[in-house]
Design a protein around this ligand. Structure first.
Ligand SMILES: [Zn+2]
Length: 320
C-alpha cells in the first residue's frame, strides 16, 4: 500500500522534507536526536534504521504509515555505525521484500556484525546493551552495495549515492531527486537546542582531509536542504556546510596543537569542550545524552588518533 505522506509518524514527528517522514527520533531517552526516515515514494524507502533497540518502535511507525510487511522496497544506511544501522538485520527480517543498500566497504559488517559489535562493546561498554542493542546479520543476498553515483529507484523519485568519506571511510550521503540531501554524519550534528553545528570526528577511522573534501563535495551538489540524522532539516545548506567546514578546521588546529604538546585524549577532550562547548549553547546538565550523540569524548578520541596517524606517516616518510 502506498503510504500517505501527510500522515503523522507514530511518535508525532512532522515530516522533514517533501514526503519524508520521521519514523523515530528517540535515542538514549530523548527525542529529536537520532533520525529514522521514511521516503513515502511509490517504492517506499527507509533511510537509516536507528539502533537495534528501536526496531519495535520503527516497525510500528512503518505500519502506522501504511507500510505492510511486503511493502517496504529499500532500506538504505549511510554507514554502519550502530545508531544508523543497528536495526538493519531485524528490520530486513521483518520486511522481507526490502533491498538493503550500503557502501561497498560496509557490506561485510552487515553480513557478519561480529567485529563491529566487538569494537562497539569496547567503545560503549555497558551503554551497548541499554542504548544500542545487538545488530543482527543481514543475509548477503538481500544486500546491494552502492557505488558512488549509483541511483536507487524509488518509482516516482530516486536517490543518488554520494560517497562522503571522512566521518568513516564507508560513509555515503543520498541526494533525493526532489532536492534533499541526507547527510548521515558527514555534515556533523546539530540537535535541537544547539546554536551551532558540531563536527562528528569519532574513532577509529575519522580522516579530516576526507571529511573536508566531502563537505565541499556536498556543497557543490547545491541541495535545497540537508537532512541530518542528528537531527532534521537544514534549510540553508550552503551556509551551513561552509560554517561546519570552518569549525572542522578550528577543531583540527586545536587537536594538532594539543597533540604536539603531548596532550592525552582526555586533555584534548577538555580543551575542545573549553574552546567550543559553550558556543553550542547546550546545558551541561546531561552528559550521557550528549555523549551518546557524537559527544566530545568520542570526537576527541577520533581527532587525537587522526593527528597521531598523520604525524606517524610523516615521520615514516622521512625514514630510509
Ligand atoms: Zn557515525
Amino acid at each position: 500500500m502506498r503510504p500517505d505522506p501527510s500522515a503523522p509518524a507514530s511518535d508525532g514527528e512532522p515530516s522533514v522534507a517533501d514526503g519524508v517522514l520521521v519514523l523515530s527520533s528517540e535515542f538514549a531517552g530523548s527525542a529529536r536526536r537520532n533520525g529514522v526516515f521514511l521516503i513515502a515514494a511509490a517504492r517506499p524507502t527507509m533511510v537509516e534504521t536507528g539502533v537495534a533497540l528501536a526496531a519495535d518502535r520503527v516497525t510500528s511507525a512503518l505500519h502506522a504509515a501504511g507500510i505492510g510487511r511486503r511493502d517496504l522496497a529499500n532500506i538504505v544506511v549511510t554507514h554502519v555505525h550502530l545508531d544508523h544501522a543497528g536495526g538493519v538485520g531485524e528490520l530486513a527480517r521483518r520486511f522481507p521484500a526490502a533491498t538493503v543498500w550500503v557502501h561497498p566497504a560496509g557490506a561485510r559488517h552487515l553480513v557478519d556484525p561480529g567485529r563491529l559489535m566487538a569494537s562497539a562493546r569496547e567503545v560503549h561498554g555497558p551503554l551497548l546493551s541499554t542504548v544500542y542493542g545487538e545488530m543482527m546479520p543481514v543475509a548477503a543476498d538481500r544486500i546491494r552495495t552502492a557505488g558512488d553515483g549509483a541511483v536507487i529507484d524509488l518509482g516516482d523519485r530516486s536517490l543518488t549515492v554520494v560517497h562522503t568519506p571522512g566521518h568513516a571511510p564507508h560513509h555515503m550521503a543520498l541526494l533525493d531527486s526532489l532536492g534533499t540531501l541526507f547527510t548521515g554524519d558527514a555534515a556533523g550534528v546539530r540537535i535541537p537546542g544547539m546554536r551551532v553545528p558540531r563536527p562528528a570526528t569519532p574513532p577509529p577511522s575519522f580522516h579530516a582531509h576526507a571529511a573536508r573534501d566531502s563537505l565541499t563535495r556536498m556543497a557543490t551538489l547545491s541541495p535545497q536542504r540537508l537532512v541530518l540524522t542528528h537531527f532534521g532539516a537544514v534549510d540553508q545548506p550552503v551556509e551551513y556546510l561552509a560554517d561546519l567546514t570552518d569549525r572542522l578546521e578550528s577543531w583540527c588546529a586545536v587537536a594538532e596543537g594539543a597533540v604536539r604538546r603531548g596532550a592525552t585524549v582526555a586533555a584534548l577532550e577538555r580543551e575542545l569542550l573549553r574552546r567550543f562547548g559553550a558556543a553550542e549553547g547546550l546545558p551541561a546538565a546531561d552528559p550521557v545524552r550528549f555523549a551518546a550523540t557524537g559527544g566530545y569524548a568520542a570526537n576527541a578520541a577520533g581527532l587525537w588518533r587522526w593527528v597521531r596517524g598523520q604525524r606517524e606517516s610523516v615521520a615514516s616518510e622521512g625514514r630510509p
